[in-house]
Design a protein around this ligand. Sequence first.
Ligand code: HEC
Length: 224
Amino acid sequence: MFKIPRIIVYVLMIGGCIALIPPLVFARMRATPSPNRPIHIFWDMDFQPKFKAQAPNPLFADGRAMRPPVQGSVARGESYVDTHMFEGVVDGQWATALPTSMKLDQATLERGQQRFNIYCSACHGYSGYGDGAVNQRAMELVSNVNGPVNGTQWVAAKSLHDETTRHQPMGQLFNTITHGIRNMAGYGAQISVTDRWAIAAYVKALQFSQDAGSSGAKVAGAAN
Ligand code: HEC
């Protein structure tokens, strides 16, 4: 029978033992904490130049790499503390007065009137009856005897003296101006917060001007 030479058996045995060394070294290295970064074969973008948190940066006068948030930043999802000012809501109810930082005076109402005439009168009309020029023209197109011109569709701008609108609190008007309602678009992006309040105050005055009654008892309710 063929016999394996002894020397080959020894070589294989020793070679086998030596071959065990690298896996043992790896196993040992994996189990031992090290301050060095692991061997990275594909770097991708792991080690790009950057400033880490709390690191210095001579570019800025205060020498800090971390920049403070710009003044007035509002974190995503952070609610405004002043719900009266920004949502028209006080204690879960529509506000019935201007935010405390604003004054209900001639100047505010005049500003409100001016803004109303710019932004609202086109549809609602200068006196708020929903008879603005855009509305009139659209109604004309819609009610054409041969059917709506060019398939025009239009929802009539509501009269602000409508029974359902007349008694709305100022905060609700503010909300309508801000977000729009049903077919009316919102004006939150175009009109500043204080101007929206001024318009709401003016709309209350406008409504009161058409609904004063003889006693004048609604003065407070209308003005506020
Ligand atoms: C492009 C035309 C248009 C403009 C401009 C417009 N509105 Fe309107 N508004 C409408 C229409 C249309 C409705 C009725 C929406 C519906 O019923 O679907 C409406 C409804 C309203 C209502 C009734 C809300 C309710 O609860 O029923 C108020 C209040 C109002 N608008 C205020 C304003 C104010 C204040 C402005 C100016 C900042 C303004 N609108 C600008 C078209 C307009």
